[in-house]
Design a protein around this ligand. Structure first.
Ligand SMILES: Nc1ncnc2c1ncn2[C@@H]1O[C@H](COP(=O)(O)OP(=O)(O)OP(=O)(O)O)[C@@H](O)[C@H]1O
Ligand SMILES: [Mg+2]
Length: 415
């Protein structure tokens, strides 16, 4: 570029300054000043490299030709691999070349110099950006032509760089802070989404359970009852077959009763109609009915019906955990008492299922049956589940701790 007098140069620099005004991100600043810079000297590609706070990586913003350097806006690259690393490390005050394709300073092992060849960037001027006396990046101007720039262009480029440096520094700091904040909120959101997703899954599973219950009731139970009637008619019609038909009838009767229990289990009606404590009590009653010797049962709720004020899918998940613990206690431990206690600990709601039976004789951490389902469900409500020896006497104490902060839609007043 031919030499300008100082007044003209000042005008042009001020025009660049005006173009920056009001731009709120690095890319827009570069786009807005491109026209004014082009009036000073022709370029085919211009970019600004900004060093990140880690001191190891940099990112680039570019105008003119699109190169892979510009893609760096989405991700940082190591300064050590930059073709202008000598400048970014403060080893040289500037770089000026008439043909970067053939200039060894830009090419070394591992150098990210592909764009120089791809975009045929021959003449190049690189000047540092300084903020508060520290190197913060570089302004890079390139042309397809050979030997397009002179030492005078370096001087002018440095004036532009001095003008741009504080803007780019402030804007890129804000952009990095925004990115960090976004990343953090994304992490927080994804945990919340995971929990919501899990709850939707629970809702879906519950609906599927109910549908299955209705199908079993309307179809299979009705079929079995019809079969039972048929067999009874046949038995009465032929005295000789009385005994075998009677035994088939008995078996069918057992099947029908078991099926009724399963269907009953698919719709925790008491839970929905009367609440958690009543639902658990009904489950206990169903479970111990007809078991000899008698098992005494109790549900003690010190939580003031806390679980009836939470999200119903979470409540169902918790109910299913307690249900399995009750089933296990009655089924495996031959107890004379099974008790469920709901209490408010400091930072969690605690539910304990306590039996006085034979105690666990397996490792509860290494199991794939109902215990495993309990653990999966406990994780769905971000809670911890522990299996302990009942401290008061023999038997097992299963404890579910649900942190208050894991409850959805709970009014702060009752957290
Ligand atoms: N309260 C308890 N007292 C004694 N043993 C228990 C108790 N709870 C669980 N167990 C033991 O843990 C084992 C695993 O329980 P889990 O619920 O996983 O399986 P299951 O009840 O045998 O079968 P499923 O639940 O799949 O129908 C049981 O077989 C039993 O030996
Ligand atoms: Mg079980």
């Amino acid at each position: 570029m031919h030499k300008l007098d100082n007044k003209d140069l000042l005008h042009r620099i001020l025009a660049i300054s005006r173009a920056i005004a009001g731009q709120l991100d690095c890319q827009s600043v570069l786009r807005e000043i491109a026209g004014e810079v082009n009036k000073l000297f022709h370029f085919d590609h211009m970019d600004v490299a900004i060093m990140l706070a880690d001191g190891v990586n940099s990112i680039s913003y570019e105008v003119g030709l699109q190169t892979q350097w510009g893609e760096l806006v989405t991700g940082a690259r190591p300064i050590m691999l930059s073709p202008i690393r000598t400048l970014l490390q403060g080893e040289v005050p500037y770089l000026l070349t008439g043909d970067a394709l053939a200039d060894d300073r830009f090419h070394f092992d591992g150098a990210f110099d592909g764009p120089i060849f791809a975009a045929k960037l021959r003449s190049r001027v690189h000047v540092p950006l300084y903020v508060n006396g520290s190197l913060s990046g570089a302004l890079n101007i390139s042309s397809h032509l050979k030997h397009a720039y002179t030492e005078y262009d370096v001087e002018v480029a440095q004036c532009i760089a001095d003008l741009l440096a504080p803007y780019f520094y402030a804007l890129s700091q804000t952009e990095q802070a925004k990115k960090a904040a976004l990343g953090e909120s994304h992490a927080r959101n994804s945990e919340k989404m995971l929990r919501l997703g899990a709850l939707q899954l629970t809702q879906g599973m519950e609906q599927e359970r109910k549908r299955l219950g209705m199908d079993l009731h309307d179809q299979t139970l009705a079929d079995l009852t019809r079969l039972l009637r048929h067999v009874a008619v046949l038995r009465r019609a032929d005295n000789a077959l009385e005994a075998p038909f009677l035994s088939i009838e008995k078996e069918l009767d057992t099947c029908i009763n078991e099926l009724r229990n399963i269907i009953e289990d698919t719709k925790p009606g008491v839970l929905e109609l009367f609440g958690f404590a009543q639902g658990v009590e009904a489950q206990l009653e169903r479970c111990v009915a007809g078991v000899k010797p008698d098992i005494s049962i109790a549900v003690i709720d010190h939580s003031n019906d806390y679980l009836d004020q939470i999200d119903t899918s979470q409540r169902t998940t918790i109910y299913r955990i307690v249900q399995e613990a009750i089933n296990n206690a009655v089924k495996h431990s031959a107890p004379t008492s099974v008790q469920v206690e709901i209490s408010k600990a400091t930072s969690s709601l605690r539910i304990a299922i306590i039996d006085n039976g034979e105690g666990l004789n397996i490792d509860p951490h290494n199991n794939v049956g109902g215990l495993d389902n309990m653990k999966v469900r406990a994780a769905l409500v971000s809670s911890t589940l522990s299996f302990n020896k009942n401290p008061e006497n023999s038997g097992t104490k299963v404890v579910l701790d649900i942190p208050y902060k894991a409850f959805n839609n709970l009014p702060a007043s009752i957290k």
